[in-house]
Design a protein around this ligand. Structure first.
Ligand code: PLP
Length: 564
């Protein structure tokens, strides 16, 4: 079953979450979607890769929302046997002194251009395991820190061992975020110096060799976002043949910091946008953090109507999305508009089915959808309801929202309730729909079907953001705070618009947002001559999607991180 994959040397790409397809709920948000797009681009570009993640049988939860806007979370046990194939091999890792067996499911990502690359979904739900251990791979980001540590042992240490047991020839290890950093400890154990060569007080481990084998991508610009484990927990849970003193040297004296461990074990480290790399360099003095700005997979995030358009006017765009830079000159305005009208119609139908809200295809739609959490400020658009109503009297518009709040994120859940209350307050003035259970299918419909894609994070907390890139592929301009990728992507009035206070005061962002909508965005949308609006749509495609795609991103990982 694995014969086609095990002979050629491969990059092992480790990620706690991965978005493979809508039916497989092994992702929570942007990190998992990025992992999926990474593999999808590797498939198209024939870059030999093997992704390693957890099977997350209980899925990331299914979201329902009651009439008051309260989120209800339901576990969705998906069936791995339906979409993947069980592999025979299993390996053991000691956890809390018990032997935990780890098996895997094989999912093969198949590209529309014929490529194939394997994904291993690790699973501890095996008969031979203690009932408690069978649940280690069930809940994505579920449980307490001990549960998280067990998951990270299975992912990092179990993953490396299983790749070896299956006969994979791994030439490089890529950690997508710090969750998998324990893989480096397993590699240190594999690559030790012969004991007779080691003088007292010197390390037994061949650290330079391991560093040469590893790359690390950090995604979190806040300290609190990094996993840390107390050493007494580590000592109780982790295999005790690791020398805790050596671990402290690599992962921090006070607690095991997974980001620090990953930094010390990787020769190549990068952040996910230029600004994020700067922020990370300031956060981690003494390390060199490169910048590889994220991208999105061209075919996956382009609506059918735009795929057909590009196939006709820009053949080869799927393989070489740089070609999309020609979109501004080579595609007639009417054809762009027609593709947009179709994508918008699909969204409007979905919104009606899911919420009963009927949107008007003639009025502009503002879209905002992503993980609902405080720093993304989903309530910024509603910070002055009267002002919003005034704007709508002059330039009518509609709003579509979506997003899950993490089960433990009380603030995030409260934000959804507030959004529901705002929608209620706006009844009769502005149509607002909140789509439940945001997932990749809804993201495809939303990022293509709205007229303006809104993003309002509190800088510098948005490491990159990717959904605006999905919008750009479908000719949807962004209106966004200057943070993450938008600092690189925004050319004012050409690819979209910035929400920015000249003095950088975040508390003014609400006013700036309203001013931009009232004075720039809507007047342009409603101008007699539609060609000015279409010019911005074309600017988003030609200037942004030609660059902010995962093919370009993978070229950089391949040439700078994997081949050095
Ligand atoms: C793209 C995507 C995200 C990430 O959106 P950001 O704008 O980067 O926060 C989250 N969830 C889903 C389902 C997505 O498709």
């Amino acid at each position: 079953m694995l014969d086609e994959f095990i002979h050629e040397p491969r990059v092992a790409y480790f990620s706690m979450e991965i978005a493979l397809r809508n039916e497989i709920p092994t992702y929570a948000g942007g990190l998992g979607v990025l992992a999926g797009d990474t593999v999808r681009s590797a498939v198209d570009l024939m870059i030999p890769i093997v992704a390693v993640s957890l099977v997350s049988r209980a899925g990331y939860f299914h979201q329902q929302i009651d009439a008051q806007g309260r989120q209800i979370e339901q576990a969705v046990f998906w069936e791995p046997e339906r979409w993947t194939r069980a592999l025979d091999a299993k390996i053991a890792v000691p956890i809390e002194g018990r032997t935990v067996w780890v098996g895997a499911w094989l999912y093969v990502v198949e590209g529309h251009m014929g490529g194939r690359q394997p994904v291993l979904l690790l699973d501890t739900d095996l008969n031979e395991n203690h009932p408690e251990d069978r649940e280690i791979t069930h809940y994505l980001y579920g449980g307490d820190t001990v549960y998280r540590l067990k998951q990270e042992i299975v992912l990092g240490i179990g993953g490396v061992r299983l790749l070896q047991a299956l006969g994979f020839n791994v030439r490089h290890y890529h950690m997508n975020e710090g969750h998998s950093a324990l893989l480096g400890l397993e590699l240190l154990r594999r690559y030790t110096y012969p004991t007779e060569d080691v003088r007292p007080g010197e390390s037994l481990y061949d650290l330079p060799r391991v560093r040469d084998l590893c790359s690390f991508t950090t995604h979190t610009p806040i300290e609190a976002g990094h996993d840390r484990f107390a050493y007494d927990t580590v000592q109780r849970v982790l295999d005790n043949d690791f020398d805790i003193e050596s671990i402290k040297h690599l992962a921090g004296e006070d607690s095991l910091n997974m980001t620090r461990l990953a930094l010390n074990l990787s020769e190549y480290v990068n952040g996910v946008a230029k600004k994020h790399a700067e922020v990370s360099n300031a956060m981690f003095p003494g390390y060199r953090v490169h910048a590889i700005t994220n991208g999105v997979h061209p075919f996956t995030w382009t609506a059918e109507s735009f795929r057909q358009l590009y196939n006709h006017y820009i053949p080869g765009w799927c393989h070489e999305p740089q070609l999309l830079m020609r979109a501004d000159c080579c595609i007639p305005d009417a054809a762009i508009w027609e593709s947009h009208v179709q994508a918008k119609q699909h969204l409007i139908e979905k919104v009606q089915t899911l919420t009963g809200v009927l949107l008007d295809p003639k009025l502009p739609i503002i879209g905002f959808a992503r993980r609902m959490t405080a720093y993304k400020r989903p309530d910024l658009l509603f910070s002055d309801i009267e002002r919003l109503k005034t704007i709508a009297r002059q330039h009518p518009f509609q709003i579509v929202l979506a997003g899950k709040a993490h089960a433990h994120d009380e603030n995030g859940k409260h934000l959804i309730e507030q959004l529901y209350a705002h929608a209620h307050d706006l009844a009769g003035a502005i149509r607002v729909a909140y789509l439940p259970d945001y997932n990749i299918e809804l993201a495809q419909l939303l990022t293509a079907g709205v007229d303006v894609w809104l993003n309002t994070p509190l800088p510098p907390l948005e490491a990159s953001g990717t959904s605006g890139m999905k919008a750009a592929l479908n000719g949807v301009p962004s209106l966004s705070v200057l943070d993450g990728w938008w600092i690189e992507g925004c050319i004012e009035g050409v690819t979209g618009w910035a929400i920015s206070d000249a003095a950088g005061r975040a508390e003014n962002d609400g006013h700036e947002l309203y001013d931009k909508l009232e004075q720039v965005v809507f007047p342009l949308y409603y101008s007699n001559d539609r060609s000015s609006w279409i010019k911005v749509m074309k600017g988003a495609i030609s200037k942004n999607s030609s660059y902010f795609n995962s093919h370009r991103m993978m070229h950089r990982y391949a040439t700078e991180a994997y081949i050095r």
